[in-house]
Every structure is written in structure tokens, then in C-alpha cells.
Design a protein around this ligand. Structure first.
Ligand code: BTN
Length: 331
């Protein structure tokens, strides 16, 4: 661990730490402490306060990710299924990383989390704003014997599973926008990005990436190109910890990945429907440059969106498709 990371870890509790104690603990001079601390915090977008004669503290405490805590909070089944747990202080994208790892033989059940993503990826080529220590950025690699085409439906499963986890920790009023945008009060609380690699006949490697906003500083939030919300606002109070949430999401995801392998999408459709934000609504569907309009009829058995258009019922598959209410403006 480099100096900067050690310093941030020391100050993560949000308490005051005297320069002298830090210097002693890390074997550096007091002057070097302030310099290194400022550099580390600048790099990670954190605010550090220096109180004359008293020491340093972070403007807000951080719950850093902790592999032991996450593993301890997993169910025995989840623990068995996690073949490898990686926690990165900083990475371009947990999804991209696992896609690279998949190509070099990483095992099914590789779970990857990061404190920060420097190039977090959203759907449709959008960036996913991923500041340090603030939210959840989690990806899971799962191997299936089936061909990649059979896995499209998991896109919906991931959304339904995360919505269900959040409902269980007390979030009310969650909604899913097809295929898997997680909304609260019409604002984005989280999203899933699925990537698949493999031969047309199978087997294949699926990477499921999940991003949930836990506590997004307004500075970072300004970079998001759509209305957003975080769990801190939704739940108020201390809310839920990052490690606890990571374990709950990983457990639910493992359960769903296993079940999907055995039974496909069918058992998850009811859950998805329970969070359907748009059923019966007039929408616009943007497919690259083209636009379709219609009323949402629901989800087909293969996960396609059913739309009642002027040409009758049409079905759309996830991919380069973006859904908007009639009254919503494209960001
Ligand atoms: C969306 O656009 O709604 C999907 C967002 C997915 C973000 C997550 S964060 C963890 C994983 N790594 C990425 O780069 N993206 C996904």
C-alpha cells in the first residue's frame, strides 16, 4: 500500500489525527505528512481539513471496503461461490477488468470491487461517475456452458435482484426502467452493465457490473448527465454500510446467477414486474437515431419490451435502446 493510501486509511474514521501521531505511525516527518496527505486527497477528490495545532481530518468519514468484512457477511453458500475476491483502490472499470481477467482464465465466481473507477462505464457508452470511497462499484464474473445469446435476459434479472436487495434494507418506492435502470422518484439510484465474451456456440463468460449511488458528493454529482439520487438521501440517517451492502448484493447475485443457469428468466419475471416503472405509460424508445412511440405492455418471456405502437404490438430487445417517458427530455 502506498503512502497516500495509508494516510487515507488512517483518516477514514473522520476523527482528528495529530500530525505528530501520523508521522510517528508512518515513519515520516510532519512536513511530509501534510504534503502527502494533500496530494492523496486531491488525487481521490477528498476534502481534508487542517486544524492549526490540532491535526488533520477528512471532511466526512469513509467506510472503506474490507474483504474480511464482506466475506464474513456473505451466506455460507455465497462464500463457497466466491472463488476470488478482489478489492481495488483504483481501477479503470471493474467490468473491463473482469473481462480482461476472463480472457486469461479467471474462475467463475470472481468478484471485484473498487473504491474508485477512473473510467467507469455505463450503458450505451455513457461514463459512470465513480468517486472514491463513496458508492458501490461491483462486478462478478460467471461462466456458463450456454452460448452468449442465451444470457440477454440476465440484464433484467440483475436489475430485479438489486431492487429486491434494496427493498429488503428498507428502501421504498424503487422502480425499474427497462431493461435495468434503478430509479427512485424518477431519479437514477443505480444501474447494471452486462458484458459477455465467448464463442457463438458457448461456453461463455458473463460479467455483471452493478453501480449503486450511496453517497455522491454534489461536486461529483454535477458530472452526471441525468437526474440522480443516492441512498443517503433515500434512507436518511446512517443508512447502510458499503461492506454490508456489497455482501447482500453479491449474495443475491450469486443466487440469481445459479438459478438463471438452471431455470432461465422465467422465475424472475414476477419480481421484475413488481418494480415496473412504466407499465401502461406512453413512451419513446430511442434506437440509435430512430425513435418508436407506444404504450408499454410489459415484458415478454424472453425479456423483450412489449410496446403497443401504431403498427400494433412490437417487441424490443435490450442493447442500443434507450427508453423515455413521453414527457422526458433526452439528456
Ligand atoms: C448504467 O448505465 O445504468 C449502467 C451502470 C453500471 C455501472 C457499474 S459500476 C461497476 C461496473 N463497472 C463499470 O465500469 N460499470 C459497472
Amino acid at each position: 500500500m502506498d503512502r497516500g493510501s495509508q494516510l487515507i486509511r488512517l483518516l477514514a474514521d473522520g476523527e482528528l489525527h495529530s500530525g505528530e501521531t501520523i508521522a510517528e505511525q508512518l515513519g515520516m516527518t510532519r512536513a511530509a505528512v501534510w504534503k502527502a496527505l494533500r496530494k492523496a486527497c486531491d488525487r481521490q477528490g477528498l476534502t481534508v481539513e487542517s486544524l492549526r495545532g490540532r491535526g488533520y481530518r477528512l471532511a466526512a468519514p469513509l467506510e472503506l471496503l474490507d474483504a474480511e468484512q464482506i466475506l464474513a457477511a456473505l451466506s455460507p453458500r455465497g462464500r463457497r461461490a466466491v472463488a476470488r475476491l478482489e478489492i481495488h483502490e483504483e481501477i479503470d472499470s471493474t467490468n473491463r477488468h473482469l473481462m480482461r481477467e476472463a480472457a486469461t482464465g479467471a474462475p467463475s465466481g470472481t468478484l471485484c470491487l473498487a473504491e474508485r473507477q477512473s473510467a467507469g462505464r455505463g450503458r450505451l457508452g455513457r461514463p459512470w461517475i465513480s468517486p472514491f470511497g463513496a458508492n458501490l462499484y461491483l462486478s462478478m464474473l460467471w461462466r456458463y456452458g450456454a452460448p452468449p445469446a442465451a444470457l440477454g435476459g440476465f440484464s433484467l434479472v440483475a436489475g430485479a435482484v438489486v431492487a429486491d436487495v434494496l427493498r429488503r434494507v428498507g428502501v421504498e418506492g424503487l422502480a425499474l426502467k427497462w431493461p435495468n435502470d434503478l430509479l427512485w422518484g424518477r431519479r437514477k439510484l443505480g444501474g447494471m452493465l452486462l458484458e459477455v465474451a465467448g464463442e457463438a456456440q458457448g461456453p461463455c463468460a458473463l460479467v455483471v457490473g452493478i453501480g449503486i449511488n450511496l453517497r455522491m458528493a454534489p461536486d461529483h454529482g454535477r458530472a452526471i448527465d441525468q437526474p440522480w439520487v443516492d441512498l443517503a438521501e433515500v434512507l436518511g440517517g446512517p443508512g447502510i454500510g458499503r461492506n454490508a451492502l456489497a455482501a447482500l448484493v453479491a449474495d443475491a447475485l450469486i443466487d440469481a446467477l445459479e438459478r438463471f443457469g438452471r431455470e432461465g428468466l422465467a422465475p424472475f419475471l414476477v419480481l421484475w414486474d413488481a418494480f415496473d416503472a412504466f407499465r401502461g405509460e406512453q413512451v419513446r424508445l430511442l434506437i440509435a437515431d430512430r425513435e418508436s412511440r407506444g404504450r408499454v405492455l410489459g415484458i415478454a418471456a424472453d425479456g423483450a419490451l412489449r410496446l403497443d405502437t401504431s403498427d400494433g404490438e412490437r417487441r424490443f430487445h435490450a442493447g442500443e435502446v434507450s427508453l423515455r417517458r413521453e414527457d422526458e427530455v433526452e439528456p
